[in-house]
Every structure is written in structure tokens, then in C-alpha cells.
Write a protein that binds this ligand. Structure first.
Ligand code: WT7
Length: 664
């Protein structure tokens, strides 16, 4: 593995001053007893009952963890439960039917509030409709919807009937959707006619139609009419209108299917080192226990709160912390369809103000943008309702961290920097806001019951302050159970590198590098694999490279991440054309088109630099690390080991002549 983001990169980042949690916060915190770390440590794996106790079980589990066949761990294996029951029915039974479950803020300024009762009714109706369409327990239902309420409703309807959902981010392309449906053998699709992008109607259904053309399986499709007359559409064979189905099944209820804790709740495709996306499998009981527990202990969610995670449900953050975590705890979760700067740059703060949001959770890329726009936007609104702030998705450096705390949080909200992944299911590293001091720039200690070790190549723990690989040495409830249909790849991707099956020592490898300090605080440095994070989306460089290489006349491509002035990562592509082929504007256009149709516009490169050759080692390996340094204007190390060292100067000259190979 080529460590592109690890060792010699910015290991000097200072964590600055330490902040203690404000006393007023501690006094009301869900978890404030520092003894919790020891209590978990001394009582494994039973400590996790504390998480499972936040759920309602149909059959209580007797066993907490079954670890006979690592790394295929089974949590609460003899327990039974239903996730939709936990998110809905039990809150009705507790007399909270009129409590707001979802407050939806649409792109055009529309607003819709769903009480727990409203949500229960609609989820039941749609569950009944799905059944009628033929969906059975364990059938994978693909959901390809933007941030409209029908998205969580479809997820919960699936959960209710025991059908795993596979949500595909609405911005992904037809090809990306087709690949995922094919891999999961999914015969059901829930999508919509389209959605608004900066005020314009954008056609989603045509993408779904194109995806289905190439599929072997027959697909039943439900279409939500989001745009009405703004984008008329006709339904073809095997296509059903969502609202008509609801009318047909009005007021019907469906018994929640009692699932084994280890039954699959959902599949989430994510980018990895290979060109193919990986289908990460999450189990019902352990996942739900872990997201509920971390919503409670890390995000301090209480039923009376209005809580807002400003992410997209099309990715794991939204699954865990817009839908399952907050709804399991019976709180009010805000769901926002739009972007932070439309109609104006104060949009998010206006929503916080109007809804009196208590807890706000977003990504560093957004925080850096807010900081760049300036404090005048948050200053226009009353943000005093905020009690806790969170960040997730990539490392956050002390300056934006402090800006977030001071300008958005008014200086008296704790900030939790939560590290986790699609594969961990829920937060694994973070301070507990009612207990721990915060060190800006460092995510914090591993959560109680989670054993993180930072190790060297040989798997030995590194000394405090030294960079190493971020690994987890013991299982945890929210962990991915496998990769869909390929247990072998699951072992190969995450376990083989640092495990020793002979001694029975299994160790999960996250793909990240990190440092740990004397107090056990972990600073995440970045990924070691060929994955870059762009605006919170995890993209595989190989996927983008193969989309480029598909263009007629292209010989080879190398894609790296470039950090721009704001600190955001951009896609930066180096492309060599075949002999006698010109690198002209048409080729550049074809590259953009191919990437958009293979993956989606989020993967569109900020720059394409044409070069006669890519720099290679003598064994023919492309030196991506070097290209990354070139893109970032870093000083270059010794290039003498290259087969074609002269090409590096040519590339630099090309970039200079071309103004950095920018899009224009
Ligand atoms: C990768 C996982 C988990 C939800 C969002 C992304 C990076 C995540 C942090 C953080 C530094 C972070 C890691 C990780 N990451 N949170 N607080 N500090 N890096 O989920 O798409 O599965 O990406 O995001 O590199 O491996 P994902």
C-alpha cells in the first residue's frame, strides 16, 4: 500500500489550548460520570448492554457477543427487534404521538412537520404498498431519493417489513445506481421525478430509467412526484406513483417484522481501494444500539431537543444521525434539503434560529466555508438555543474548530469532533461532552468500550506523538458485519493486514493514519489508501481514473487530492493522451462527461493537467505521491528513482503555463 497521506505530512499540527466542558452543560449532560471509562473497561462485553438497553426488544438477548468465528462477530445474537418499531411505535405507546419527529425544510422554502404519529401512519402505508408490490423479508430495496421526507419514510417502511434498504446518494449517476442495484440484486427501486437544483428542475427519473436499461433483473419502481407541473412525467410498465399507492393503502398498518439482531438492516455502498464500490452490511441490533448510544452519550440528544445533523441521508452520517439515532431516542430531527448558501449564506442560521435548534452537527468543509464567508451571517441570527456542536467527516484544524465554537456556539457550547466511518456504523472516537476536556484539532479519546491502537507497519503500538495506522483491537456493536456477498473481501480489506489468526488476534484496520498523545487523545491525519474526501464524499481515485481512461484517445490517468486555499480537498487529474492525439478542449469535455456519467458531478476534477507521460518508478508504478506533492505545490523529494524524472519538470511547467490546469 502506498501511504499517500501518512507519515511525513503535517504531523506538527498543534492542538492549541484545551477547553473544559462548561459546568452548565455538564450538569444536564446525559453522561457525566467519568467512571464510565473504567466501568466499560472492566466489564466487557457486557458494558454494551448499556447501549442495548436504549432499545425495545421483542425477545431479550441472553448473549451480548458471540466471537467464535472472528472477524464475523455477532452482537446480541439471540435477541429480536424491529428498527421501525424502535423509531416509531414505542414513542406512540409512550404517549408522545404529537411530538414532532421530523421537521423538513425544503429547497424552495417549503416546510413540513411530521409528528411521530404522522410518520407512523405514512411508514405503515408505504410498508403495506411495498408488500403488495412483492417485497419480502430480506429483499434489498434500493432508494434513490434526494433529501425529501419520503427518503426516511421509505427506509423505515423497509425496516418495518424486514427488507434491507440500499440508499444510493441522489447525486450519483445512472451508472453508479445500476452498479449498486446489480451488485445487490435489487428488484425494487424508490425514486422521484426530479428535484430542484438552485431553483431549476432537475430530472432524476431519467437517470433511474437509464440505470434500469442495463439491468438484467426486472425492477418495480415507485416514483415520488416531487416537482408536479415543473417536471411532468409519465409512468411506464412496473412503475407506480408513490402518492397513489399511499391513497390505495390509506390507514393500513403492518405488523413490524421481528428481526434477529444479526439480520441485515441495510447496505451502504462506499468507495474503496478497488474500482468497485463496496456494499457495507449493517446488522439490526448492534447497529441500532450503537447509534442510539452515541446519539445519547456523544451528541447528548434528549427527547425534548430539536436536533440537526446537516448531512445527506444518502451517506452513512445521515443514516445514523438524521434517521436511526435521533428517531430511536424520540427526539425532533431536522432534515434540510438545500445548500448552506441558497438563497443566502445565512440560510442555516436562519433555520437554527427559527427552530430553536439545540444540537447542530456538520462537517469541517462546511465550517471552513462559514468561516470564509465571515461572522456577519451567523451574527444576523439568535443562535443561543444551541447547546452542543459536532463535526464529522475529516480532520478539523484548530482555527475552524475555534471559530465554530466561538462564532456559532457563542463560546459556551462543547464541540465534539467525532471520528467514525461507514464501516464503524457509528462514532468510535470523540470526547464525551459532559466529561472530557476538548483539544481543538484532536478528535479525542476512543469511546468507552472501543479499543483504538495506533500501530506501526509491524502492528506494534507507536509512542505518543508518532504517526501510525489507526486500528481497533476489539469488536464493537455497530461494526460492519461483512461486505455484501463477499466475506473474503471483508477480511482482505479490513482485517488481514494487522491480524494474526494463528494467535487469534484480530485487529480492524480503518485505512486511516493517526497520532495519539499522552492523554490518549487521537488526532486523525488522513487516509492511506486511494480514497479522497471531497465535500464529505468519499471518492475512490481508481473509480475516477477508470472513468477518464475510458475516454477515446486517453492513455493513462492519475487522480490525486489537492488541498485548496480553504483547506478543502479537490480532485486533481493528470492525464496522458495516446500518441498523435491532441489534448484539446474536446478531450477535456469528454473527460468531464465520462466522470459525470460514471460517478456523478461530485467527482468532476477541479483541474486536468495534460502530460506526455506520467512519472513512474522503474517497476512501472505511477508515483501518485509525487503527483500529489506537485498538485499541492509541496517541495519534491528525490526523484532520481524515477524511470522518467525529466517529466516532473515538464508537468510543473505545464501547470504554471495553464494557471494550474483549472477548469476554465
Ligand atoms: C473517513 C470515513 C463517518 C461519517 C462521514 C464519513 C474520515 C471521518 C473524521 C474525523 C478525521 C475523519 C476518515 C474516515 N473521517 N470523521 N472526525 N476526523 N477524519 O464516512 O465516507 O465512511 O469516511 O472519513 O478518513 O476513514 P466515510
Amino acid at each position: 500500500m502506498d501511504d499517500r497521506n501518512g507519515w511525513d505530512q503535517d504531523t506538527t499540527r498543534s492542538t492549541g489550548t484545551t477547553h473544559s466542558p462548561p459546568q452548565s452543560f455538564v450538569e444536564q449532560a446525559n453522561v457525566s460520570d467519568p467512571g464510565i471509562y473504567e466501568a466499560f473497561e472492566e466489564n466487557r462485553p457486557a458494558c454494551w448492554e448499556r447501549a442495548a438497553d436504549l432499545l425495545s426488544w421483542d425477545d431479550e438477548y441472553e448473549t451480548v457477543l458471540e466471537d467464535e468465528d472472528p472477524p464475523f462477530y455477532r452482537w446480541f445474537p439471540d435477541g429480536r427487534l424491529n428498527a421501525a418499531y424502535n423509531c416509531l411505535d414505542r414513542h406512540l405507546e409512550a404517549g408522545r404521538k404529537n411530538h414532532a419527529a421530523i421537521r423538513w425544510e425544503g429547497k424552495q422554502g417549503e416546510r413540513r412537520t411530521y409528528t411521530y404519529r404522522d410518520l407512523y401512519v405514512e411508514v405503515n402505508e408505504f410498508a403495506a404498498a411495498l408488500r403488495e408490490l412483492g417485497v419480502e423479508e430480506d429483499d434489498v430495496v434500493t432508494v434513490y431519493l434526494p433529501m425529501i421526507p419520503e427518503l426516511p419514510i421509505a427506509m423505515l417502511a423497509c425496516a418495518r417489513i424486514g427488507a434491507p434498504h440500499s440508499v444510493v446518494f441522489a447525486g450519483l449517476s445512472a451508472d453508479a445506481l445500476a452498479t449498486r442495484m446489480e451488485a445487490a440484486d435489487s428488484e425494487y427501486l424508490v425514486t422521484c421525478d426530479g428535484y430542484y437544483r438552485r431553483g431549476d428542475a432537475f430530472n432524476q427519473k431519467s437517470k433511474a430509467d437509464n440505470a434500469r436499461i442495463g439491468l438484467e433483473q426486472n425492477v418495480q419502481t415507485v416514483v415520488v412526484d416531487r416537482l408536479g407541473d415543473d417536471l411532468p412525467h409519465v409512468l411506464g410498465e412496473d412503475e407506480w406513483d408513490y402518492h397513489e399507492l399511499r391513497d390505495e393503502f390509506a390507514s393500513e398498518t403492518v405488523e413490524p417484522v421481528s428481526r434477529e439482531a444479526e439480520d441485515m438492516l441495510f447496505l451502504m455502498y462506499t468507495s474503496g481501494t478497488t474500482g468497485e464500490p463496496k456494499g457495507v452490511v449493517h446488522a439490526t441490533g448492534g447497529y441500532l444500539a450503537h447509534v442510539a448510544w452515541t446519539s445519547h452519550a456523544v451528541l447528548d440528544v434528549k427527547p425534548a431537543d430539536t436536533y440537526w445533523c446537516a448531512a445527506d441521508i444518502g451517506w452513512i452520517t445521515g443514516h445514523s444521525y438524521i434517521v436511526y439515532g435521533p428517531l430511536t431516542l424520540g427526539t425532533t430531527t431536522v432534515m434540510y434539503e438545500g445548500t448552506p448558501d441558497y438563497p443566502d449564506r445565512d440560510r442555516l442560521w436562519e433555520i437554527v434560529d427559527r427552530n430553536a435548534v439545540d444540537i447542530f452537527y456538520t462537517a469541517p468543509t462546511a465550517i471552513r466555508a462559514f468561516m470564509k464567508w465571515g461572522s456577519e451571517y451567523p451574527d444576523q441570527h439568535d443562535l443561543s438555543s444551541l447547546r452542543l456542536l459536532g463535526t464529522v467527516g475529516e480532520p478539523i484544524s484548530p482555527r475552524p474548530w475555534n471559530w465554530y465554537r466561538d462564532t456559532v456556539g457563542g463560546g459556551d457550547c462543547p464541540v465534539v469532533d467525532t471520528w467514525w466511518q461507514t464501516e464503524t456504523g457509528a462514532v468510535a472516537i470523540s470526547t464525551l461532552p459532559g466529561i472530557d476536556d476538548m483539544k481543538p484539532g484532536s478528535a479525542g479519546p476512543a469511546l468507552p468500550g472501543i479499543d483504538v491502537q495506533i500501530v506501526d507497519q509491524a502492528g506494534d503500538e507507536v509512542a505518543p506523538g508518532e504517526a501510525g495506522y489507526l486500528t481497533i483491537t476489539r469488536p464493537w456493536p455497530g461494526m460492519a458485519r461483512t461486505l455484501y456477498d463477499t466475506d473474503e473481501q471483508f477480511v482482505a480489506e479490513y482485517w488481514r493486514r494487522f491480524s494474526d489468526p494463528d494467535t487469534g488476534e484480530w485487529r480492524y484496520f480503518s485505512g486511516d493514519t493517526a497520532r495519539i498523545d499522552e492523554d490518549g487523545y487521537i488526532t486523525v491525519l488522513g487516509r492511506v489508501d486511494d480514497v479522497i474526501t471531497v465535500s464529505g464524499h468519499r471518492l475512490g481515485t481508481m473509480e475516477i481514473e477508470s472513468a477518464i481512461a475510458d475516454v477515446d484517445g486517453i492513455a493513462e490517468a492519475a487522480v490525486v487530492g489537492r488541498s485548496n486555499e480553504t483547506g478543502d480537498t479537490e480532485v486533481y487529474a493528470y492525464v496522458s493522451t495516446e500518441r498523435n492525439r491532441d489534448a484539446n478542449a474536446a478531450v477535456r469535455r469528454a473527460i468531464f462527461e465520462n466522470i459525470e456519467s460514471a460517478i456523478g458531478s461530485i467527482a468532476r476534477p477541479e483541474a486536468v493537467v495534460f502530460t506526455p507521460e506520467l512519472p513512474k518508478t522503474r517497476s512501472g508504478k505511477i508515483m501518485r505521491r509525487l503527483l500529489e506533492d506537485v498538485a499541492n505545490g509541496e517541495e519534491l523529494g528525490d526523484t532520481s528513482a524515477l524511470r522518467n524524472p525529466e517529466i516532473v519538470g515538464e508537468i510543473q511547467a505545464e501547470i504554471e503555463a495553464d494557471g494550474g490546469g483549472r477548469r476554465s
